[in-house]
Design a protein around this ligand. Sequence first.
Ligand code: ATP
Length: 192
Amino acid sequence: EALLKFDDVHVHYGAIHALKGVSFSVPAGKIVTLIGCNGAGKSTTLRAASGMLKVSSGKISFLGHEVTAGRPDKLVSLGICHVPEGRGIFANLTVAENLSLGCFIRKDGESIKKDRDFVLDLFPRLKERLWQNAGTLSGGEQQMLAIARALMARPKILFLDEPSLGLSPQNIEKIFNTIVKINEQGTTIFLV
Ligand code: ATP
């Protein structure tokens, strides 16, 4: 069953025609990877899928709902969560506060606590640094926090935009092992 589906999708940035008829689907439960050279349109594909960009033609659907630009919050409640390139964590907030912001739309207090324990077990580094400002974390730790925060929204699908960018080989291995673990817990992964 396709969780996410692109059907002949075109995206323009003004005069730049960045996506020219993209079609593919991401089956539920899988890890799907998009590979391409610089400027090929990988990040654009993710941004369109999470409702941050308007498509000029074609259709994106998630679980049968059409993905339209403008209401990314709606898509989060449907189960899409996007970890952008460059991570987008809040540098002046603590690790704990960043994690809380990841689940601000949820009302199920008890399971939020469980999910928080789960992500802190996945990333013990973050557990030791809950009260540290996120801006003072190392690059690898910031990437861990970005993924951990996304998981706090309990997504059905997780979009990861170059999570290995700028990390050491050891950290890259850790991040990828963790991505596999997250997938084994039932979250579909779409990775650039
Ligand atoms: P990389 O591997 O270098 O990150 P990418 O495959 O993710 O590349 P995109 O970031 O999706 O590539 O960019 C696709 C094309 O769209 C590029 O030619 C880029 O210059 C252009 N582009 C991206 N964002 C904008 C923007 N905000 N305004 C104008 N052009 C843009």
